[in-house]
Ligand binder design. Structure first.
Ligand SMILES: [Mg+2]
Length: 213
């Protein structure tokens, strides 16, 4: 008989993990491009080329996809500035709604584990998104970009998250949609991880915990 792992804390990425919404992702990209255009006094089309080029350069260097926060940083837009724009001008309420499937999946996990968010998003936007999805009440704590303004993947930020939650490495499970960003740093520390592509993939957690066959 295979024993189910004793997980106390599940740490979720937010965007692309608890919901997928191309329109919201496109809007975030558009706001970043607008800011790059303003800061350099160039046309949007030129700014878009710069952002895409920087993303490709960073991805080649680090051998994994660049996050938007990283890309903007490379182009001289500090994370604080980018996230101030997202707080002001991003309206997730236009794109997201209650997700009863997500709620049911997370409710059953919250009965047996503490649930956390660790995201490159900012706190006001993360709170708003979780409330729109109808699952904000299920999380013990949100770790957001404000923690140290250093986007994932960030081994120091990860260490801080683990210390603040507490517990041995085998009491954690990390869940995310980007292996290099959300999961790899945790794997290096011996933490179990699950890569998801869609909300329905979250059922893998229930399988992993032995809640369903
Ligand atoms: Mg994500």
């Amino acid at each position: 008989m295979v024993l189910s792992p004793q997980i106390d804390s599940i740490v979720f990425d937010l965007d692309g993990t608890l919901y997928t919404c191309q329109k919201l992702a496109d809007r975030i990209f558009e706001l970043a491009v607008q800011r790059v255009a303003e800061s350099r006094g160039i046309a949007l089309v030129e700014a878009k080329k710069l952002v895409v080029g920087a993303q490709e350069r960073i991805a080649d260097l680090q051998e994994c996809p660049a996050t938007l926060t990283q890309t903007c940083q490379e182009l001289g837009i500090p994370p604080k500035e980018l996230h101030q724009i997202l707080q002001n001008d991003l309206h997730p309420e236009l794109y997201l709604d209650h997700d009863p499937v997500l709620l049911a999946l997370l409710e059953s996990l919250a009965e047996i584990c503490n649930l956390y968010i660790y995201t490159n998003n900012n706190l006001p936007t993360a709170r708003k998104i979780l409330a729109l999805l109808g699952v904000d009440h299920l999380f013990s704590r949100l770790f957001t970009i404000e923690m140290n303004w250093s986007p994932k993947p960030d081994p120091e930020g990860l260490t801080e998250v683990l210390q603040q939650i507490g517990g041995p490495s085998d009491s954690f499970l990390f869940v995310g949609d980007r292996h290099a960003v959300d999961l790899e740093p945790a794997e290096v520390l011996g933490i179990d991880t699950l890569l998801v592509d869609d909300v329905s993939d979250l059922l893998q957690i229930h399988q992993y915990l032995g809640l369903i066959p």
